[in-house]
Design a protein around this ligand. Structure first.
Ligand code: SF4
Length: 347
């Protein structure tokens, strides 16, 4: 029986109804299940007291897909980094941050990543596997439980390329924004991508209100090809044309992420080239001084270089900010906590 059970977090409410119908159960039980899963702290089917045993037995006994294996808590601003283990032993990382507008979590969409960006700790061992919708959701549900705080904003910017796992991303987003699911505002969710334009077309049609951030990390294709293999498939010109269409359809501006890497993309000439690219365009540039990852040999630019870069963009009228440093006392690079936890579990 157990082999035929499901974790409801891996299905939308419509799919749950179909599953119940196949088992000759009433469709309204799907809403009851959603209530227990997303609006109670319950992680076990046996807590669902108003759901009959015949329905509960269609669900996994343990509905929690992750276990906390490591935590770092910032003493300066309450930022928390969590390493979670999946049931089959993969380690993933999430970051909880406090902002004036509410609490936010950065979640992972894959265990590892196959995109091969040269500055990124998450891709060092390639892709292990896609995360399920339940594993994406449990980062938020467990995050709320561990921090004992509500979470109103979600960025899918942790380990993995979300559009390389589109079907699961889609189910996750539907459940995160469904009123019967987590009920988050679509406007409070941002998906960050290295720019897989073909997949992004479907996303814009289905989720026009969900925010989008594109990792650019270079002002021209030559530099981008050196740091991001995806640049071999899509040029910066392709991305800019796509972004203009996106703005026309959604009225939402794109955020471009730009990790400042010492000696690679942080020169005055790079800043001027980026300013020319975006002058007069309705975009936002998020400058991120890169955190050092020992294994990549790349270093982040210092604060002074970041500020000079910002000024060039400012002077050209391009909206830009330097990402606020949260949790500076636990400021390991993105993916570093995951690497540490993996090394520890491998002995
Ligand atoms: S930056 Fe993002 S897309 Fe690139 S390797 Fe890292 S996780 Fe993957």
């Amino acid at each position: 029986m157990e082999n035929n059970t499901i974790n409801p977090k891996n299905y939308t409410i419509e799919e749950l109804k179909t599953y119940l119908a196949v088992h000759r159960e009433k469709a309204y039980r799907a809403s009851q299940i959603m209530h227990w899963v997303y609006h109670s702290k319950s992680m076990g089917r046996d807590d669902f007291i108003n759901v009959p045993l015949s329905v509960r037995e269609l669900l996994d006994e343990d509905l929690c897909s992750l276990t906390l294996v490591r935590e770092q808590v910032s003493e300066t601003d309450g930022t928390r980094k969590w390493a979670f283990a999946t049931k089959d032993g993969h380690i993933i990382e999430s970051v909880f941050m406090k902002y004036k507008h509410g609490n936010s979590i950065c979640i992972s969409s894959q265990a590892g990543c196959r995109m091969g960006c040269s500055f990124c700790a998450s891709t060092l061992d390639g892709l292990s596997r896609n995360l399920t919708p339940a594993e994406m959701m449990d980062q938020i549900l467990l995050g709320m439980e561990i921090s004992e705080s509500p979470i109103s904003h979600v960025v899918i910017m942790g380990t993995g390329e979300p559009f390389d796992n589109y079907d699961n991303l889609q189910t996750f987003l539907l459940n995160a924004t469904d009123e019967k699911g987590l009920g988050l505002s679509r406007r409070h969710i941002t998906v960050s991508t290295c720019g897989i334009l073909d997949q992004m077309n479907a996303f814009v049609e289905e989720f026009p209100q969900v925010g989008l951030a594109i990792s650019l990390h270079a002002p021209n294709d030559d530099i981008r090809k050196k740091v991001m293999p995806i640049a071999l498939r899509y040029s910066i010109a392709d991305i800019c044309t796509w972004s203009q269409k996106y703005f026309k359809v959604t009225g939402r501006r794109i955020t471009y992420e730009y990790a400042l890497i010492h000696g690679v993309n942080d020169s005055l000439a790079c800043a001027a080239e980026l300013a020319r690219l975006f002058r007069g365009r309705n975009v936002h540039v998020n400058l991120i001084p890169l955190n050092e990852v020992d294994e990549t040999g790349l270093k982040g630019s210092n604060r002074k270089v970041a500020e000079t870069f910002l000024k060039v963009l400012d002077d050209a009228g391009v909206q830009a900010t330097i990402r606020r440093e949260l949790g500076s006392d636990i400021s390991a690079a993105c993916g570093q906590l995951r690497l540490d936890a993996m090394q520890e579990s491998n002995g």
